[in-house]
Design a protein around this ligand. Sequence first.
Ligand code: PGA
Length: 253
Amino acid sequence: MSRKPLIVGNWKMNGSFAKNTNLLASLSSVPNVNMVVAPPAVYLASVSAQLMNTSIVLAAQNVAAEGQQGAYTGEVSAVMLAELGARYAIVGHSERRQYYGETDTVVAKKCLRLQEAGLRPIICVGETLAEREAGQVETVVSRQLKAIIDNCGIDLLAQAVVAYEPVWAIGTGKTATPADAQAVHGFLRQLVTIYDKNIADNLSILYGGSVKADNAASLFAMPDIDGALVGGASLVANEFLAICHAANASFIG
Ligand code: PGA
C-alpha cells in the first residue's frame, strides 16, 4: 500500500454503552494506520468522549440529506455530527440503498450536506450478485460514483473516501478475490483520473465485504486497495486490530 492505510469499523446497529466501552478500551493505535470507528448515532457522544486523547477518529453511519436544522423528524444533520466530533460519515451503504431507498441522488445530497459541515463522506459503491453475473460491475459502480461527481463536483473527492463493497460479499463470509477487488479499485481510480489525476492519485479506495484478520493481508497487497470498511470483524477488538496490523505491514510509505 502506498497511500496511508485507512481502516473503518462500521458497527452497524450493534453495541451498548457497556459493550462499546469494552471494545474501545481494547483498541490501541497502530503505526501508519488511520483508524476510524462508526457507532450508531445514539452512541456518538459517548464514543466521542472515550476517543478523546486517542488517535482513533469518529465517523457517523448516516447523515440527513436535507438541511442542517429544521423540521426533519428523526434526522441528524452533518453540522450536528461535526459538533459531536465526527470527522467522517458513511453514505450510500448498500444496506441503506436496499432497505431505506437511498438513491444516487440522495447519496449526492448527503455528500453536499457533509461538505457544508466540513465532514468527509465515505461513499460506498458496489454491485449485487445479479449485476455481477450479468457483467454489469463497471456500469453499476461508475453510475454510482459519477452521480456524486456530477452533483457535487470532482473536488468533493479530494475530501472523500470511496469504499468498494460488493453487496454479495457483505456479511456473507464471501470475499471478492484480491484480483477481482483490485480490478474494480483500479477501474474506479481510472474513472477519477479522467476528471483529475492528482485527486485520483491521493484518493483512498477501501474494500469492504467480509474483511477479516485472515484475508486482510492479501487484499492490502493490491496496489489500489488502500484499506478496509469492516463490519462484523470491527466488533471484535482482536480481529479489528489484526486487520489494522495487516495494513501497517503492507504500507510501503
Ligand atoms: P462485513 O460488512 O465486514 O460484515 O461484511 C462490511 C460493511 O457492510 O461495511
